[in-house]
Design a protein around this ligand. Structure first.
Ligand SMILES: [Zn+2]
Length: 542
């Protein structure tokens, strides 16, 4: 083992760029049954590795040396690293050791279903899951239950085991086949789709089999169990670039909120928009299904709730939860809706990313804590997935040769900074406007921080300085105001805007002047002299 682990320490091969292509598979009844059996074996194997690995992790953490290693201050980097890697070596907690484990576990009937390489990738997956627990990034690992199953399995290479091949028959266009054991599953290929044609012209690194549940067994392409199979090809190279997606040259500042985005380029038009507003109806229908399922659960399992309707504690001896057929049908429908929502969201993210890249290829934004956001704005973050948008944008920008720069929030503090006086004043959440006694503003706060981001120089100094902004502000102020006005206009036309944007709901009357962001209530005191009352009335009229 000693020689091998040294081998593992040699620097990894440089990573070549990859992209993916997904193709639906045609699985006949017999093939689908065999695929299901292979995946079930994969599931059991994954659980076995995960369980053995979990034991190793527990033993390692129970070792007094673990606490000693943790006590080494973080400033002693080398020492700390050495202590932890010695522990990992002793308890066999490494990806390589997991591969060894997988080799020992893959015996008898398991080996008939699972190729050696596939077993290895499953072991790597189990290791990654446990390593997250080890590093404190996750609390626990999840075993794959029989009902949920293992829904994907992948290879490492495309020459043995499960692999994808293109076959040319006489003169026609090539057929794509996923080969696994003795089965040949035909892929549906639309050669007229430029994305598909581009993908298949590239070298295949490896293939991944994915199983998805359709909304019902009668759904198109589903097998008797209501399942559909797809192959995901991991390809070498860069993804297809549609000619309609042009790339701009501007520098853009972004301010991303849980449900909104402010986009301020240095030259082009600024924008303030809700994130994924189109998903609202879908999310609402999912919530309705959730409520229906909750009612069904309660009706079928009264013994699980106390007299006040609160769920009882779940223990070991508790009776099983009953699921009506109708409940199962609704659950399936909800899962299908949820998949649809996720796909819709992805396409909206893609659209927005391309719109941004069309304006400019240098993008500056603050790095945000998505985890913290999830805790504070669970629902919006769940629907809009701003973290996924940033990832999507990062990929799009990178594929066009641009850069997305994330500056640390703690040092820049764009949402607190005022370029007029250089003061750093935190704004409470409800305060949607930046207005400073020094004369800057009022300006919508998200647009303002996106403006500050646009003119940062992250290479030299990610801390904003007043001098930088004096000239740009002259031209930007009007653009920011115009962006806010356009958003207000759309709200008046009936589009729902998140409250965080500081735009009153459609139909609500707007104050005519934005010069007073938070108008103070006017009190008409009877004892005041007449002139004063007239003054207040004038303000009321204005
Ligand atoms: Zn100021």
């Amino acid at each position: 083992m000693g020689t091998k682990s040294r081998e593992e320490r040699t620097p990894p091969k440089p990573k070549t760029p990859t992209f993916q292509l997904e193709l639906p598979l045609v699985a006949e009844a017999g093939q689908a049954a065999r695929l299901g059996a292979h995946l079930e074996v994969g599931r059991q194997f994954y659980n076995a590795v995960l369980s053995a690995g979990q034991r190793r992790l527990r033993r390692m953490r129970a070792d007094p040396a673990w606490q000693a290693a943790r006590a080494i201050p973080r400033t002693h980097k080398q020492e700390r690293k050495a202590a932890f890697s010695a522990l990992r070596e002793r308890y066999g907690f490494s990806e390589y050791a997991f591969h060894e484990l997988a080799r020992k576990l893959r015996v008898n009937w398991l080996a008939e279903h699972l190729d050696a390489v596939l077993a290895q990738t499953l072991a790597s997956r189990a290791y990654r899951a446990l390593n997250r627990v080890c590093l404190g990034k996750a609390k626990r690992v999840r075993f794959k239950s029989k009902s949920r199953g293992l829904d994907s399995i992948e290879n490492k290479r495309n020459d043995t085991g499960m692999r994808f091949v293109l076959q040319t028959q006489n003169q026609g266009r090539p057929h794509g086949l996923l080969l696994w054991h003795n089965d040949q599953l035909a892929a549906l290929i639309d050669w007229d789709d430029p994305v598909v044609a581009h993908g298949l012209a590239h070298e295949i690194k490896y293939a991944r089999l994915v199983r998805r549940r359709a909304s019902s067994p009668r759904a198109q392409g589903a097998d008797r169990e209501g399942e559909r199979y797809f192959v995901q090809l991991v390809l070498k190279g860069l993804p297809h670039h549609k000619p309609k997606h042009t790339v701009g040259t501007d520098t853009i500042g972004l301010d991303l909120g849980p449900a909104s985005i402010a986009i301020v380029p240095r030259e082009a038009e600024a924008r303030l928009e809700p994130l994924c507003a189109e998903l609202r109806p879908d999310a609402r229908s999912i919530r309705r299904l959730q409520r229906q399922m909750e009612r069904q659960r309660r009706a079928a399992n009264p013994e699980h709730y106390d007299e006040r309707g609160r769920p009882r504690k779940r223990g070991k001896g508790a009776p099983r939860w009953k699921q009506s057929h109708r409940y199962q049908a609704i659950r399936r429908r909800k899962a299908a809706r949820e998949r649809k929502l996720a796909a819709h969201r992805k396409s909206l993210h893609g659209q927005l990313a391309h719109q941004i890249v069309r304006v400019g290829h240098t993008i500056i934004t603050e790095k945000i804590s998505y985890k913290g956001w999830q805790k504070r704005y669970g629902r919006s973050v769940g629907r809009c997935a701003p973290g996924m948008l940033i990832d999507h944008l990062k990929r799009t920008v990178a594929s066009t040769g641009g850069t997305l720069i994330e500056v640390p929030t703690r040092s820049t503090r764009l949402s607190q900074f005022c370029h007029g006086c250089g003061e750093v004043v935190p704004k409470p959440l409800w305060q949607r406007w930046h207005q400073c006694p020094c004369g800057i503003g009022p300006v919508q706060r998200d647009l303002y921080s996106a403006f500050l981001a646009a003119y940062l120089d992250p290479a030299a100094d990610p801390i904003p300085s007043c001098a930088r902004y004096v000239v740009p502000w002259e031209g930007a102020e009007a653009r920011l105001r115009a962006a806010h006005e356009r958003a207000t206009q759309r709200a008046n036309e009936g589009q729902v805007m998140p409250r965080s944007m500081g735009i009153p709901r459609a139909g609500a009357r707007l104050p005519e002047s934005r010069s007073e962001p938070t108008p103070k209530p006017v009190v008409l005191a009877p004892s005041r002299p007449a002139g004063n009352v007239e003054g207040t009335l004038r303000t009321l009229r204005a």
